[in-house]
Design a protein around this ligand. Sequence first.
Ligand SMILES: [Zn+2]
Length: 85
Amino acid sequence: MSPVRLVILAILIYIGYLLIRGSRGNKKNNVHQQQDKIHSSDVLVEDPVCKRLVPKSQAHTLKDKKKDVYFCSDECRRAYEKEKK
Ligand SMILES: [Zn+2]
């Protein structure tokens, strides 16, 4: 084997190594983007009692006269009901 061929072989191995590393990096980024999507699809609502932000899917709801009110817990919902009376 001539020295030139050895150099070409080394370059090819190096390019292959970069491709493998690059594709792994892309996979990681894709997973991260998917997590961001899931996160942003869940709307955050503010608890009027403790001012905490709660994902709408996990919030406790109280049907008010005009609109739905959301709470982080049943405790906050009861506190809100007490205040109203
Ligand atoms: Zn709360």
